[in-house]
Design a protein around this ligand. Structure first.
Ligand code: SF4
Length: 363
């Protein structure tokens, strides 16, 4: 193994802090270095977060989107996609099923769809907690106003996932026309101020991205001090301008995940469905390279196949019960256990009490 690799790895394990250059050295790992990187990330995960894997049931309730991101099948110019919206009652029914299956927390995800007004979403959040008994709610609804975020937080939303997608501003501007990196960051800072557990993250293997960009992605996640980081491979969608691009590799995604674990030892890191889509063992490997979360898709079957950010999504035709059972088997086969309770971030001291305490100062 290279001397500089061993030094950077030892430093990351000890200090959880690296320079951009040292991160790049780790991202260049191959062969036995790659294995050593995975082992180190796994040890850090075990030391800080234990053996629990948290399950979050994800409900993709609308595939309408006002944005036109070049990499995404939900982009508004994709006229081949059959669009759908779930009603509040359908969302509640999906969440009820999740709770019955032992998934106490849910993620509400959609394209950027202003059809769902802030009060409508707030009412869904309230009912999920009060009527369905959901323990924690993550929202992933894109860029909205601070007032919308505030309303949802007050209604009981606990977490918000807003991936920064890429830390390279020029690449961001090119891939997400009509949106700005600055506004993305502003939204993330609002969410933090409002007491959400904040998740961000990036894609691996985007055209125009290099190891330096990935190192910047990881450093940005550290600077934001996120509670969650979603890191998955870019998978080209045939009905987007990036259809002919190569897509992210398994190894580079695992390396990015592992380095993120080393630098953010307390963050929740999902073994993503996208990782499971590019490789049959992707989710297993994700859990072995620092991952501690899986988000089973509990969107009702008639809708699920139409939530096509990327094609060929793993488990797209699988019954929810079968999908959850196979995830439970996977976790057991690794000698790990299913997380109990809401699975809040261990570094999150927020909670309702702190939020209420801060609310007086902030608003
Ligand atoms: S990445 Fe998000 S905002 Fe962009 S088109 Fe897809 S769903 Fe819409």
């Amino acid at each position: 193994m290279r001397k500089e690799f061993c030094e950077a790895l030892a430093k990351a394990q000890k200090n959880h802090d690296l320079s951009r250059e040292e991160i790049i050295v780790l991202l260049e790992a191959e062969g036995e270095e790659l294995e050593a990187l995975g082992r180190a990330a796994d040890e850090v995960r075990e030391k800080y977060l234990g053996r629990e894997v948290h399950l979050r049931g994800i409900i993709e309730f609308s595939n309408h989107c006002r944005q036109n991101c070049l990499y995404c099948g939900l982009r508004r110019d994709n006229k081949h996609l059959r669009r759908y919206r779930m009603s509040p009652e359908e969302i509640l029914a999906a969440a009820r099923k999740a709770v019955e299956l032992g998934l106490p927390t849910v993620v509400l995800q959609s394209g950027e769809d202003p059809y769902y007004s802030a009060p409508v979403v707030a009412e869904i959040i309230r009912r999920l907690k009060e009527e369905v008994g959901v323990k924690a709610i993550t929202l992933s609804l894109g860029e909205r106003s601070r007032e919308d975020y505030r309303l949802w937080r007050q209604a009981g939303a606990d977490r918000y996932l807003l991936k920064h997608e890429t830390a390279n501003r020029e690449l961001f501007a090119c891939l997400r026309p009509g949106t700005s990196w600055e506004n993305r960051l502003r939204c993330l800072l609002w969410l933090k101020e409002l007491g959400y557990q904040v998740g961000s993250g990036n894609m691996v293997g985007l055209p125009g991205q290099d190891l330096e960009t990935l190192a910047e992605d990881i450093l940005l996640l550290k600077e934001l001090d996120v509670e969650m980081a979603g890191i998955g491979p870019f998978i080209p969608h045939p009905q987007t301008p990036l259809a002919g691009e190569a897509g992210g590799s398994l190894d580079l995604t695992l390396k990015t995940l592992a380095v993120t674990r080393l630098l953010l030892p307390l963050a929740h890191l999902p073994a993503t469905t996208a990782l499971g889509t590019i490789h049959p063992q992707g989710r297993r490997l994700g859990l072995c390279y620092g991952g501690n979360v899986i988000m089973p898709d509990i969107t009702p079957l008639p809708y699920r196949r139409h939530y096509q950010i990327y094609p060929g999504k793993a488990g797209v035709d699988q019954e929810i019960e079968t999908n959850v059972a196979s995830i439970r088997d996977l976790i057991a086969s690794l000698g790990r256990s299913i997380g109990r309770g809401p699975g809040h971030s261990p570094k999150w001291r927020g909670g309702v009490e702190l939020y209420e305490m801060r609310a007086g100062q902030l608003y």
